[in-house]
Every structure is written in structure tokens, then in C-alpha cells.
Design a protein around this ligand. Structure first.
Ligand SMILES: [Ca+2]
Length: 659
């Protein structure tokens, strides 16, 4: 006959690595029998898991069914919470349980409890430890190679920190070996071996030789021994530590079914030359706008045995704002950390300047310590569209247009009164180089012949900047003419990925008007146009004095000249002019464009022109306020000077936020 009475008549046995058996406390029911079990389990936190085995013994005369529930405390995570079992008469059934803890679990004493029926029957004490003398080589720094593999079970699976993935050597061909590169230098005291935990023991290593290398090429045998067959964790312990180890090689001479399998190989020791913290990667959004904050994501790592406070930051050029972030990183782990960065505001693109910037990720332990890595990202800062009257992205009718207020101009935009920019007559061709660059630079319009772009200019004089260049190929020169004047060029040809902003001023007159820009290349070269911005503010350019809207006026004195530059002499030349400010606005700001480099035909001075303003900000209306505009040019003794006149244009802008 068969009776179903749950587990009150079963005994419970718990077996773990260390094998010492003590009796479990029994239930009140006199039918419950005590059985041998293992006394305790210890989890080295940096490994993060251990195994034990739970078995049920049916000593009654009846087949038994029932449920065993596992009751972990604290950070313990058993691989199963419940075991439903059929236990025939006289049979022992067993199941392995893997107990995991998080890498930053609090060390201490916990319990894995077992419940049969309604009451807790027994428990195994579990100690989570962190030992300065027994530190793990973090799997995040290790790499592994092996003499053979099966399928996708390659050597990396033995050092990935995941006991569910395994390395398997080729079938039936021992000896084989696996070599671990520790990613640092350690004094090694043991090598733990976690066999596969998938219910199979095929490939279980039972005979091995462990060797170490300090230089990465020559190896010295340090232990030859055997392991028993079970899924429980094994160790190869050295009687004296192996010093200064960079690599470990395990040669397997015996394994079940004549091949080797390993879920994890875990070197244990003391770090000798290993960074405490690292920065290994930096990612920055493709579309970055002047003055607008974004997050740079820096991957920071903690390679110590304990949670570590790390300051994560970004090195950026002057003018950028960076807010470093302090985080706590779990031992042996990496963490993507968002660091807010803000590029400087760009009131207007400067001529010829490549707004390409390198950002460098940094990670440093708060208390100091060895650091590693300075990953870089090259970013390209775009003007922020809302600052401008027009911010236009040239490309094909279907190409991607950058967000944030930028609008497209394609060959399909043939001028009509409803547009603020469009083509008159023949149109250029659109081209999109595709992903891999930001949305502003990936596309452009181009032609080898003259084309006319009509732009709607509001009342007054407004600065305009054109972006030319190509992410993939070289770009020819660009000439821009309007109203019988040459506004740009011919600018020099640009290499692939080189971009240049070309600037000029357009006069919208008293009431605003459409202005035609004739675009061409030098001697039929292919010109390319990627972007256009038209400033909202009105300006007076440096060639003439004059009055702009009645509320805001800027008049310039005589053009400044330095006199004679003397070759072969270290010298600094100074000159100045005046600017007269009339403002009825609540505030006003005067800015000078730059950096400007003085040129003489194809020759340019090595250092930029320095411009100073005796006064640059007003918090109240001003009448005929005279500002001294100073210019200083430094020339080195070895700098070659071409005879003739060096010159350049500096644009002064008077603007207000409270007209
Ligand atoms: Ca693994």
C-alpha cells in the first residue's frame, strides 16, 4: 500500500564541500529521524557563490511525496526555493543547491533554512566573508585562451564570473590546457575550480598540473594533484604563494570521458600591481549643442576586493562645465556613470575653427590609489538653433535633420515667398553619407557649377555663417558672392572630415528682404554646403561706422594698424581703435569675434590676434560710451614673414537681452 504523508517521516541530509557532518535538530514528531549533514557553508564574497547538496532519505515502508522549501536569510540567493520530490521506499534522493550573493553583499553570518510542511526543520549556517589575504582576481580583468574548445564553450566562459557558462575542451583528447591572463600582477595562493553545475559531470577535471608565469611566456609548475568528482567547488592550494604572477596555466591530464570542462576558474591571492579604479570607456551623444548640458557616460571599474567610492569625471577644454559624480562601485565590477557636461555657449560660429573637441574619462578612488585608463571621445559641438533667426541643415529631401530647432534645406526647396531659404534657378544635388557622423555633418548639398541660394534677411545687418565640409571626402573651395561683392573665399580646400565655418554679414535693409547668395567653387571645384546660421542680433561690421536700430548703436573709429612687423625678432605689437556705444536698452554686451589670425595671401601668422575691450557690459542705457578696442600681436624670432600686408577682420557685436 502507499500512503501520502508529506515529509514527516523523511530525514533530511545536507552535504557541502567541507564534509563534516553533524545532526540536524529533529521535529517533535517521533517519526522524524535525524540524519548526518554538513555543519556550515562559507562564501567568499568576491567569488559570489558556493554549492551544497540536500538529500532526502525515506526510511519508512511507504513511497513519499512532498515539498522541501528553502528559507534563506539576508543576501543569500539559493538556486531553488522549492524542491518537489517523489522518494520511493528505501531511496536516497539528492539535489545540489547553489547559493549566490551579490558582489557588494554585507559580510556576516546568515542561514539557509529548510522547511518540511509547516515548520522550519533545520538550517545550515552560511558565512559571507571578505578576506584581504584571499582576494579574487576580478573576472572583469581576466582573459583566457585554451588549447581546444567545443562549440561556443570557449575559454572565456571559464573566467566570465557566471557559473552557468562553461569551457569545454575538444572531446576525447586529453591533455589540454587553459591559460588565464590575470590582467594584473598578484601573489597567488590558490586556484578554485567550479565544475559545471548543469547536472552533468562530463569533462569533470580529476587530474591536473597548475603552472604560473611572471613574464607571461615561461611557466613554472607549482602543483600537480587530483580532484574528486562532484559539482562542488574544488581548490588547488599552494603551500607557498607564487609571487608576482601574471598568468596561470592549468593543464588537465585526467577528466571524465577524456575531456575537460570548467564553469569557473578563480585565482585567489593578494594584488601586487593592479589598479584600484579604472575608466575604460566614454560615450557622448552624437548631437551636442553649444550651451546645452548632456551626459557623458564613463565606464568606471573597481578592482579592489571591497565596495569602493570613486570620483568619476571628464577632462574637457576650457569653457566647458563638468560636474564630477561620486559613486560606490561593487568590488570587481564596472559601472556606467553619467557625468553632466556642458559645452560653452556659442554666440556665433567662429571662422575656420574646427569645433571638434576631445573629452577624456577619469575615475579616481576617493581615498587615493592606483588608477588606470583615460578613454577619449571626439565630439563636435553644434550651434544651438534657438539662438539664431535661422539654423538650417542642408541635405537630401529625406536625410536626417538634427533636432533642437534646426530645419532642413534640400534641393527640393525651390524658392517661393513661403520659404525663408530656397534655390533660385538650377538646384544643387543632395548627398547623405549615412550614419557614423552626427546629423548636421553627415549630409550636404553640392555642385561643381554656380547655384543661387535665396535667404530671407530680417531688418538690419545680420551675421551669417556657412558650414562647409564632408565627413567622407575632400571638399573644394567655396566662393560666396552677393550684390556684386565677394563675401567668402575662395576658402582653401578641406580634407575629409575637415569642416570650416565661413562668415559674412547680410543687410536686410530697413524692412527686411530676400538676399541672393551665389555659391561656386574655385575653377569649377565641387563646393559643399552642410549648414547655415543667420544671427538674430544686428551688427555693425568693422569696415564702416553707422547706425543700426535706434535703440542699439555701435560706431567704430579708424581701422587699427600695427605699423611694420620686423622679421627675425621676438616682438609684441600693440595698437587700438575705439568703439562708441549708444544704447537705450536695459543692458548691453559687447563681444569681439575670434580667434582671428592675420593673413597675407596664403601666409598666416602663427599666433592669433589678441583683442581686448576696455568695457564689455552695460547694465543701464549708455550714450556715446567710448570703448577702447586693443589689439596685440605676438611674433616669434623664428617666424617667417612674407613681405606685404597682413590683415584680418574682427567683428564687434553689441547685443542685449532687454531691448
Ligand atoms: Ca562561466
Amino acid at each position: 500500500m502507499r500512503r501520502v504523508i508529506g515529509f514527516t517521516a523523511l530525514s533530511l541530509a545536507v552535504a557541502a564541500l567541507h564534509g563534516t557532518a553533524v545532526g540536524l535538530p529533529g521535529g517533535e514528531d517521533d517519526r522524524v529521524q535525524l540524519a548526518p549533514s554538513v555543519d556550515r557553508l562559507e562564501i567568499l564574497r568576491c567569488i559570489g557563490f558556493e554549492q551544497l547538496r540536500v538529500s532526502l532519505r525515506n526510511t519508512t515502508a511507504d513511497h513519499q511525496y512532498g515539498d522541501l522549501f528553502l528559507k534563506p536569510t539576508g543576501p543569500l540567493q539559493p538556486s531553488r526555493r522549492q524542491w518537489s520530490s517523489y522518494t520511493p521506499v528505501g531511496a536516497d534522493v539528492a539535489t545540489p543547491i547553489q547559493v549566490r550573493v551579490a558582489p557588494d553583499a554585507r559580510v556576516g553570518d546568515y542561514e539557509l533554512g529548510y522547511q518540511l510542511g509547516d515548520k522550519v526543520q533545520a538550517s545550515t549556517p552560511v558565512k559571507v566573508v571578505s578576506d584581504p589575504a584571499a582576494q579574487c582576481v576580478p573576472y572583469g580583468r581576466m582573459t583566457a585562451t585554451a588549447t581546444s574548445l567545443q562549440g561556443s564553450d570557449d575559454a572565456s566562459k571559464a573566467v566570465d564570473g557566471d557559473p552557468a557558462t562553461i569551457w569545454r575542451s575538444a572531446a576525447g583528447s586529453l591533455p589540454q590546457s587553459i591559460t588565464l591572463d590575470l590582467g594584473g600582477v598578484y601573489d597567488i595562493t590558490e586556484l578554485r575550480y567550479q565544475p559545471r553545475f548543469d547536472g552533468l559531470l562530463n569533462g569533470h577535471i580529476n587530474a591536473y598540473t597548475m603552472a604560473v608565469s611572471t613574464n607571461g611566456t615561461t611557466f613554472t609548475d607549482v602543483r600537480t594533484s587530483t580532484w574528486g568528482a562532484s559539482e562542488l567547488m574544488k581548490t588547488a592550494k599552494l603551500t607557498t604563494p607564487a609571487r608576482g604572477v601574471r598568468k596561470i596555466r592549468l593543464t588537465i591530464t585526467g577528466g571524465r570521458n577524456n575531456f575537460a570542462a570548467a564553469a569557473e576558474l578563480i585565482p585567489i591571492g593578494v594584488p601586487v600591481d593592479v589598479p584600484a579604479a579604472s575608466a575604460s570607456a566614454i560615450a557622448v551623444p552624437n548631437d551636442l549643442f553649444a550651451g546645452q548640458p548632456v551626459n557623458a557616460t564613463v565606464t568606471a571599474g573597481n578592482w579592489t576586493n571591497d565596495p569602493l567610492e570613486v570620483d568619476v569625471s571628464v577632462d574637457a577644454p576650457a569653457g566647458w562645465t563638468v560636474k564630477p559624480v561620486r559613486v560606490t562601485i561593487a568590488p570587481g565590477r564596472t559601472l556606467p556613470v553619467s557625468v553632466p557636461v556642458t559645452p560653452p555657449a556659442m554666440p556665433f560660429p567662429e571662422p575656420g575653427v574646427q569645433p571638434e573637441v576631445t573629452l577624456t574619462g577619469r575615475a579616481a578612488p576617493v581615498g587615493g590609489g592606483q588608477v588606470e585608463g583615460a578613454p577619449t571621445a571626439t565630439v563636435w559641438v553644434k550651434p544651438d538653433a534657438p539662438v539664431f533667426e535661422q539654423a538650417r541643415d542642408f541635405g537630401t529631401p529625406s536625410s536626417v535633420v538634427i533636432i533642437g530647432g534646426w530645419t532642413r534645406v534640400s534641393p527640393a526647396d525651390v524658392w517661393n515667398a513661403g520659404l525663408t531659404a530656397g534655390w533660385v534657378g538650377a538646384t544643387p544635388t543632395g548627398r547623405d553619407r549615412g550614419a557614423g557622423s552626427d546629423a548636421l555633418r553627415r549630409d550636404h548639398v553640392y555642385a561643381s557649377a554656380e547655384r543661387t541660394l535665396r535667404v530671407s534677411v530680417p531688418p538690419g545687418k545680420h551675421r551669417v555663417a556657412l558650414l562647409r565640409g564632408d565627413v567622407t571626402a575632400a571638399t573644394g573651395s567655396l566662393i560666396v558672392r552677393s550684390d556684386g561683392r565677394t563675401l567668402v573665399g575662395p576658402g582653401a580646400a578641406l580634407k575629409a572630415r575637415e569642416f570650416a565655418w565661413e562668415r559674412f554679414v547680410l543687410d536686410g535693409g530697413a524692412g527686411g528682404r530676400p538676399v541672393d547668395l551665389t555659391l561656386s567653387g574655385d575653377a569649377g571645384a565641387e563646393w559643399k554646403l552642410a549648414a547655415l546660421v543667420l544671427d538674430r542680433a544686428v551688427v555693425e561690421d568693422g569696415t564702416a561706422g553707422g547706425t543700426v536700430p535706434a535703440t542699439l548703436s555701435l560706431a567704430l573709429g579708424a581701422p587699427a594698424t600695427f605699423g611694420t612687423f620686423v622679421p627675425g625678432r621676438d616682438a609684441t605689437y600693440d595698437t587700438s581703435t575705439t568703439a562708441t556705444v549708444i544704447s537705450t536698452a536695459g543692458d548691453a554686451t559687447l563681444t569681439a569675434s575670434g580667434p582671428v589670425t592675420l593673413r597675407n595671401g596664403a601666409f598666416s601668422l602663427a599666433r592669433p590676434l589678441a583683442v581686448t575691450l576696455s568695457k564689455a557690459a552695460w547694465t543701464a542705457p549708455a550714450s556715446n560710451d567710448e570703448v577702447t578696442v586693443g589689439f596685440r600681436q605676438a611674433i616669434g624670432a623664428e617666424e617667417p614673414l612674407r613681405s606685404g600686408t597682413y590683415s584680418g577682420a574682427v567683428t564687434l557685436t553689441l547685443s542685449t537681452t532687454t531691448p
